[in-house]
Design a protein around this ligand. Structure first.
Ligand SMILES: N[C@@H](CCC(=O)N[C@@H](CS)C(=O)NCC(=O)O)C(=O)O
Length: 291
């Protein structure tokens, strides 16, 4: 066991602002806006307010996939919400997502704007709106929705549990890391077994279930999250690796991963996306850097 000193919780919890950890400055025990700030609005039917984290990337991948299929109505403006600077607590953002978390979508294509928050709800909304990446057949649709909701329920153990305690917490707590490493590996195994028998999560077709799961578990398998590839021995999940490679090679996925991204190589960061041509500038940057 670790030698972390014993903590006895007080009778009543109070907010310790100096709790430390990577996100200590933005965490609060209350909701609602902290300041007045309107959100910018662009020309396209869909306005996305987001950041290139695994939850944000689900939506930009979906939008790029829809555009690649020829759905012009999926044209979007992607605005950057810098959560480390508290943009999610501006009044305009809170009006679109009362939960103050990215991603948040405003569909302005109809007579009245429609807000959608929670990445799983956004994927489902877009899939239904455009009739894409959601199977029609009852059994396959049920399988797709089951994996979509599996992702929504499971990823908090990976991000808020394993990722938090392994990479971000101010002290390394053996008990917490053990508990969540075990759960992360169990989840990887769940996916690996499913993908041993199916090309994609819902069966033979690529769906919103894959789009939801890829940024988290594909990212973990490819070593993009928490520098934990060796610790979790992700190379052992062979079927997950095969699936992550197949999805990661899709050009819409590669574009979606660049949008609202603020980390990694500069040439892979497209802070805001307002036009398909915005990616060309970035490709040009990459070529210039390579020459
Ligand atoms: N269940 C939500 C989770 C969204 C979420 O946790 N977003 C994080 C970034 S990945 C965020 O905005 N955090 C800001 C904060 O907690 O203040 C979803 O899938 O949309």
């Amino acid at each position: 066991m670790s030698d972390t000193p014993e903590y006895t919780p007080p009778k009543v919890w109070t907010w310790n602002k100096a709790s430390g950890g990577r996100f200590a400055t933005i965490n609060r025990p209350v909701s609602g806006p902290t300041h007045d700030k309107e959100l910018p609005v662009g020309h396209h039917p869909l306005q996305l307010y987001s950041l290139g984290t695994p939850n944000g990337v689900k939506v930009t991948i979906m939008l790029e996939e829809l555009l690649a299929l020829g759905h012009a109505g999926a044209e979007y403006d992607a605005w950057l919400i810098r959560i480390n600077e508290g943009d999610q607590f501006g009044s305009g953002f809170v009006a679109v997502n009362p939960n103050s978390k990215i991603p948040a979508l405003l569909d302005r294509s109809g007579p009245k704007p429609i807000r959608v928050f929670e990445s799983g709800a956004i994927l489902l909304y877009l899939a239904e709106k455009f009739g894409a990446f959601l199977p029609n057949d009852t059994a396959t649709r049920a399988e797709c929705l089951s994996w979509l909701f599996w992702q929504m329920g499971s990823a908090p153990y990976l991000g808020g549990g394993f990722g938090h305690f392994y990479a971000y917490a101010p002290t390394k707590i053996e008990y917490a890391i053990d508990r969540f490493a075990m759960e992360a590996k169990r989840q990887l195994d769940v996916l690996d077994r499913r993908l041993a028998e199916n090309a994609y999560l819902a069966g033979s077709d690529y769906t919103i279930a894959d789009i939801a799961v890829f940024p988290w578990y594909g990212g973990l398998a490819k070593g993009w999250l928490y520098e934990a590839a060796e610790f979790l021995q992700v190379q052992d999940y062979k079927h997950l690796q095969r699936w992550a490679d197949a999805i990661g090679n899709r050009s819409a996925v590669q574009r979606g991963r660049m949008v609202n991204r603020v980390t990694g190589e500069l040439s892979s960061q497209l802070h805001e996306r307002h036009d398909a041509a915005d990616f060309d500038t970035k490709t040009q940057d990459k070529l210039t850097a390579a020459s």
